[in-house]
Ligand binder design. Structure first.
Ligand code: TYD
Length: 392
């Protein structure tokens, strides 16, 4: 049974950056629900994938050092531990992970043609299709079974989870391993980072909910890792139930313990999160209004999808955050979805023109602080809303 717990208002598509600001933009109600049976958290409104993931999708995994390093480390682990002869990545984006593998050992799936081009051009076999059973059948007849399937920040973007896992099972060899990586629900709650929710993030997994979902497909988690990426992610290691090669690790048991202790199986926990999110919104607006009264200027750092949720939920306009800056070519000189706030090309000197920097990409805080030491030295201040709105 799906129970409602938080309303994040009307939200535009989080990765639709417009060249010209339009007052009237398509917006969709973003409401969050908790399933009391399988404990899965999801959003209500489902937008067709074709509308969100088209041939202009701007997000690039290799735009940050943190992500590049995380994928490099993972590729070493995969090669050492699982030695896959044939591996599949669902949602290979611009190739941040697969470029660490030999071309004959890996195949990418990336429906956004502009991104798939990056790996195709480098000679990696890449299918620019959406993940579904039809594609899974096609892959099996062409390439046979896969002994490792990996997917980061993609499966939670697909509405039909049943088809997702049936299609994976169809392709996974008998002793094959599935590795999934997504933002962690417990970390989101602990940090009151309501901005993890936007129309692309249909689900936010926990170990508890994913275990319940996988049961239906005779798949089970045997290991888990907490990662720092995306503000706190979980990497789930999954196998077929009858594969006895791997036992449940202590790490996994600890994760379940922690999640139950925090109450990820109880609706009340999510109601508390909703009231914390509302308080966070009021506090952030107050900080920004105070800065405006002092006639100081704020720059948003990182034109993230997360920031789009914040701007539209808190109704933050150009009077409170003057501009954003980002390194992603397809975001530059465009406007933050739903808002008249222009994204400027990142240059080291850009921060000189502002007194405050709001961390849109708060999940890369360490990487950004290291890069922007001069801004702090000359008295500049950062603003973040995680785990609570504050200046530092
Ligand atoms: P991310 O947090 O992964 O985004 P989302 O919420 O959209 O999933 O994206 C980080 C964004 O911040 C991305 O557009 C690149 C940008 N960025 C910079 O412009 N400079 C930086 O130093 C870093 C680390 C990120």
């Amino acid at each position: 049974m799906n129970k409602y717990f938080l309303d994040l208002g009307y939200q535009p598509l989080a990765n639709k950056f417009l060249k010209k600001y339009k007052k009237k933009q398509n917006k969709y109600k973003l409401k969050l629900y908790f399933n009391t049976k399988n404990k899965l958290v999801s959003i209500s409104k489902r937008i067709p994938s074709e509308k969100m993931f088209d041939n202009k999708y701007p997000y690039r995994s290799s735009m940050s050092l943190t992500m590049r390093e995380s994928f490099k480390k993972l590729s070493k682990e995969i090669k050492k531990k699982f030695r896959p002869k044939l591996m599949l990545e669902i949602g290979s984006n611009d190739g941040a992970l697969i470029k660490n593998f030999k071309k004959e050992n890996v195949i990418g799936i990336e429906p956004c043609k502009n991104l798939a081009r990056h790996t195709k051009n480098k000679g990696f076999v890449t299918y620019d299709n959406y993940w579904n059973f039809k594609l899974s059948k096609k892959l099996k007849s062409k390439h046979g079974e896969f002994d490792l399937i990996y997917s980061a920040n993609t499966l939670t973007h697909i509405s039909n989870l049943k088809e997702v896992f049936i299609s994976i099972k169809h392709l996974l060899s008998k002793n094959g391993i599935l590795i999934i990586e997504d933002p962690s629900l417990i970390e989101c709650l602990k940090k009151t980072s309501y901005d993890q929710f936007y129309n692309e993030h249909i689900y936010l997994f926990s170990a508890i909910s994913l275990k319940n979902i996988l049961k239906e497909f005779n798949l089970e988690i045997f290991d888990i890792k907490n990662l720092k990426t995306h503000g706190g992610s979980l990497r789930y290691y999954i196998k077929r139930k009858n594969n006895k090669k791997f036992n449940q690790t202590l790490r996994l048991k600890d994760q379940f313990k922690r999640e139950f202790k925090y109450g990820l199986d109880k609706l009340q926990t999510f109601k508390n999160f909703a009231s914390k999110s509302y308080k966070s919104k009021i506090k952030l607006i107050n900080i920004l209004r105070k800065i405006k009264r002092m006639k100081k200027k704020v720059l948003g750092y990182g034109a993230t999808a997360k920031a789009v949720t914040i701007l539209n939920y808190c109704n933050i306009n150009e009077d409170l955050i003057y501009n954003f800056t980002d390194t992603t070519p397809d975001k530059i000189n465009k406007f933050m979805p739903g808002k008249n706030i222009k994204i400027l090309k990142y240059k080291k000197k850009i921060l000189n023109k502002y007194d405050y920097v709001f961390l849109g990409a708060w999940n890369f805080k360490n990487e950004i602080l290291k890069k922007e030491k001069r801004f702090k030295k000359r008295g500049g201040k950062f603003i973040t809303h995680v785990p609570y709105p504050r200046l530092f």
